[in-house]
Design a protein around this ligand. Structure first.
Ligand code: GLN
Length: 313
């Protein structure tokens, strides 16, 4: 099959799920990730070039096989509505490649903003030599992309991640993430914890020790059930609803709980950083103030929507 032929097949098979431009972007992304030597424009300058010319990337198969078989199998899966990142088995986030599969949310670009804020705040409380390391806890860690990215950016910090889902913890714990600057493996400890359960604080102390944290970060479920109508099938049918949805009557249930708990595990001057539903910036900041946080700020994401709330204890 030629490059042009392949793009036409993607357009035809995926147009029920995505707008035309997105189908094209998916086709090109698939080629870029899986066809060795394809740089992103060959379909324009050599549309008649055969897929057999490209070996499949080593991530997907050994032994110099052509990319064609992988690509056609990928289109088959995509045509059921399965997200591209599950088909590839990974997503890029903060410059690292994270394994993703059903059972964890696909990392979103707006969450990189949250990581940036955590790292920036950590800079203001960096320790001198001989002092205790920074302690950071990521609640509802999912794939672990926040915890790992923070750990990779802050060598020496003690980073912990917890989640209610054993399936997510298996993926988070198995990530192979290296600091960008020379292959030092970051270390993150993951543990199971239902953050809404009565014993959550004891679980945290048991797994992480009693020393106070410097930073708590969380991207908990925040999409209201009633917002399902606005969401795409590929998210609704494939991504874990436990990681996404909260009841309309109580959209801040995780935020109030995590803010209350954070007040008990953070040291003085410690920070809490949340990713939020763009509709509830003010309310989330209010819930944090009620839990004793000060200087609460609502920050916008790259799309200009309220997305992060930061407060100091
Ligand atoms: N931003 C995600 C979405 O739009 C939701 C993430 C979450 O609920 N924490 O699907």
């Amino acid at each position: 099959m030629t490059l042009k032929g392949f793009i036409d097949v993607v357009l035809e098979r995926l147009s029920v799920h995505y707008p035309v431009q997105e189908c094209k972007a998916i086709a090109i992304r698939l080629l870029k990730e899986s066809a060795e030597g394809y740089k992103g424009y060959e379909h324009l300058v050599e549309p008649g070039r055969d897929l057999q010319d490209f070996a499949v990337a080593k991530t997907f198969a050994e032994g110099g096989e052509s990319a064609e078989r992988f690509l056609m199998a990928a289109v088959e899966r995509l045509s059921t509505g399965e997200p591209l990142q599950y088909v590839l088995g990974y997503e890029w986030f903060c410059g690292h490649r994270f394994r993703v599969a059903e059972g964890v949310l696909v990392p979103r670009p707006e969450t990189e903003e949250l990581v940036r804020e955590v790292v920036e705040h950590a800079g203001s409380c960096l320790r001198g030599a001989g002092e205790a390391p920074l302690r950071i806890l990521d609640i509802c860690t999912g794939s672990g992309c926040i915890a790992w990215s923070v750990a990779a950016a802050l060598p020496g910090a003690e980073v912990f991640g917890c989640d209610i889902s054993p399936q997510a913890l298996e993926i988070a714990g198995g990530q192979e993430v290296y600091a960008a600057d020379g292959g030092i493996r970051a270390v993150v400890k993951f543990f199971e914890c239902d953050i809404l359960a009565g014993d959550a604080q004891e679980r945290i102390a048991l797994e992480c020790g009693d020393a106070p944290f410097d930073i708590v970060v969380s991207n908990p479920p925040y999409v209201c059930e009633s917002e399902k109508a606005l969401m795409r099938r590929n998210v609704l049918e494939f991504e874990p609803s436990i990681a996404l949805f909260v009841p309309d009557e109580d959209p801040l249930r995780f935020y109030r709980r995590i803010a209350g708990l954070s007040g008990r595990v953070l040291g003085p001057g410690g920070a809490l950083l949340f990713e939020i539903n763009e509709r509830f910036g003010r309310e989330t900041a209010g819930a944090m103030e009620e839990a004793g946080f000060r200087d609460c700020r609502v920050l916008e994401d790259i799309f200009g929507k309220d997305r992060v709330v930061v407060g100091i204890f």
